[in-house]
Design a protein. Structure first.
Length: 365
């Protein structure tokens, strides 16, 4: 098959779609398919597959440049796989390509814009609300989704949300993310440290509720906090820490990968992910794979079978977050023992095989 992978970002840029697209391109190429990646930017990693770039340019106008590139690269393509409903999905519609059109639905563009403006509702509650942006989101996202031949969700939780909001969706399936455990050395049973070491790892964006975590850490005298990541809220978070006089209690670390990431997991007591909604919290599973307990929002897409070693709770306010962290501290040996249980990984080869089989089925229709 000739497969076009349409992504907004690609390595060396950091982010879920960049990693996913790169790994999938490698595996599909190894399976003998002709793979072409189309992405925004100029300096990108090279591989045995072709990568076509589109200058970022001005918002909206760049969609037309992207559509032109898709039309050039995608002639005679069997499948075009888009990794974004807006930045790649709209150009795909503009391109007029005749290939099968598949969308891997990751983040929700309109909900994330709502949270950028200090919105406080989770994804499901926001779509059910009377918020003007939610009204626009329902109309625009519905129009986009119905123009694809197939939608790929990363969890049943995500699929359930969209199925409850949008009628007349195209066919859909769930292809879960990979969880590579090759470099993992699990801890037998983590012993709580003094001070109690809290960890956040992820993008610095509003819906991750990092300011809430900073305020909570300030109210727990025996705790310190490490924030690993980067993003548009970086400066604001640093100013918050400085304003509260927490420089000695809270430290910032640039994004980590590979062995370094797992070493940081191993040196902390609790990973805290208090997002408004976390569709596919892979970081939680990565932490659990080395025996680190996790505190995770109850608005998450993890299967209940993966909840061992985790506290799943409503952490929507500072008070609730502080209470839950203190409760975990008091019974730490119990959650640490549960977290020491081995979890199963999932290879990129499995993800690529499921994706290939999906494409073959669609092309045969």
């Amino acid at each position: 098959m000739k497969i076009i992978l349409a992504t907004g970002i690609y390595p060396p840029k950091i982010g879920g779609p960049a990693t996913y697209c790169r790994q999938l391109a490698e595996r599909l190429s190894k399976q003998g398919h002709e793979v072409i990646v189309v992405t925004y930017g100029d300096k990108v990693e090279s591989g045995k597959w072709k990568v076509e770039t589109v200058p970022l340019g001005l918002p909206v106008l760049r969609w037309f440049s992207y559509a032109k590139k898709l039309k050039e690269a995608g002639s005679e393509a069997d499948v075009t796989y888009a990794f974004s409903s807006i930045s790649c999905g709209i150009p795909l519609m503009l391109s007029g390509l005749k290939s099968k059109k598949v969308l891997r639905l990751g983040g929700d563009f309109f909900w994330e814009r709502y949270t950028d403006g200090s919105g406080y509702r989770g994804l499901r509650a926001w779509y059910a609300s009377k918020c003007p942006l939610a009204f626009i989101g329902r109309r625009v996202m519905g129009w986009i989704l119905r123009r694809f031949d197939h939608i790929v969700f990363s969890t049943d939780f995500q699929k359930d949300i969209y199925a409850g909001v949008f009628s007349r969706l195209p066919s859909s399936s769930v292809i879960e993310n990979a969880l590579e455990l090759e470099m993992v050395v699990p801890m037998e049973h983590h012993i709580m440290q003094k001070p109690f070491k809290l960890l956040f790892m992820g993008r610095f964006v509003n819906f991750k509720q990092i300011p809430l975590l900073i305020d909570a850490a300030a109210q727990i005298p025996e705790a310190v906090l490490t924030l690993v990541g980067q993003g548009p809220r970086d400066v604001a978070l640093r100013k918050q820490v400085e304003r509260l006089g927490l420089d000695s209690k809270i430290r910032f670390v640039a994004p980590l990968s590979g062995k370094e990431k797992y070493e940081v997991f191993g040196s902390h007591d609790l990973l805290v992910l208090p997002s408004l909604t976390d569709i596919s919290p892979n970081t939680a599973l990565e932490a659990r794979s080395v025996g680190l307990p996790v505190l995770l929002t109850d608005q998450n897409g993890l299967s209940p079978s993966l909840h061992s070693g985790m506290s799943i709770a409503d952490v929507s306010t500072v008070k609730k977050l502080v209470e839950e962290i203190k409760r975990i501290q008091q019974g730490y040996s119990v959650i640490a023992e549960s977290a020491s249980q081995k979890i199963s990984g999932r290879s990129w080869e499995e993800v690529a095989l499921e994706t290939q089989n999906l494409f073959a089925t669609l092309c045969a229709q």
